[in-house]
Design a protein around this ligand. Structure first.
Ligand SMILES: [Zn+2]
Length: 157
């Protein structure tokens, strides 16, 4: 995990820091404008589904059960450690953070599995895909993305 600095290719202004591997993927238009010089750029944190597709694990129940199991292991391991030691005051900070991570993995994984099984997640991404297609119907927009290095299917050109 290491953050990368993203700078404007026009004026060099630092626009943001982000981690290419772990950064949360946003599904919306990546086209943005540098606030300093106005040059358009593609925000690597944002993804146009109609062009880039979705990560293959996004609707995988198995991948999310893995998160639940991981969360449970973290909590179990941390509970045994806490049980063995006598912690006071600030010493609770690290175990507290680890327990929080375990709970987030566990609960987050469960929420994802439920939303996959009930079809809620599919619906959400279907809507996002439609929005992405709608944006691309605008030829100017498709051209802008093409200029920024995206591959644009013939139907949008
Ligand atoms: Zn700039």
């Amino acid at each position: 995990m290491s953050a990368v600095e993203f700078n404007c290719s026009g004026c060099g202004k630092k626009l943001f820091d982000y981690d290419p591997v772990t950064h949360f993927r946003r599904y919306k238009s990546p086209v943005k404008e540098c606030p300093k010089c106005g040059r358009k750029y593609a925000d690597p944190r944002c993804h146009e589904i109609a062009l880039e597709g979705l990560p293959k694990d996004i609707f995988s129940v198995k991948a999310h059960i893995f998160l639940i199991v991981l969360g449970a292991i973290v909590l179990y391991w941390e509970a045994t450690l806490i049980g063995k030691s006598e912690l006071s005051g600030i010493q609770w900070l690290m175990p507290g953070v680890i327990v929080l991570i375990g709970v987030i993995l566990l609960v987050g994984g469960m929420v994802e599995v439920i939303s996959i099984l009930t079809g809620i997640k599919k619906k959400k991404y279907d809507r996002l895909t439609e929005e992405s297609k709608e944006r691309l119907k605008d030829r100017e927009y498709a051209k802008t993305l093409y200029g920024l290095g995206y591959y644009i299917p013939q139907e949008y050109m």
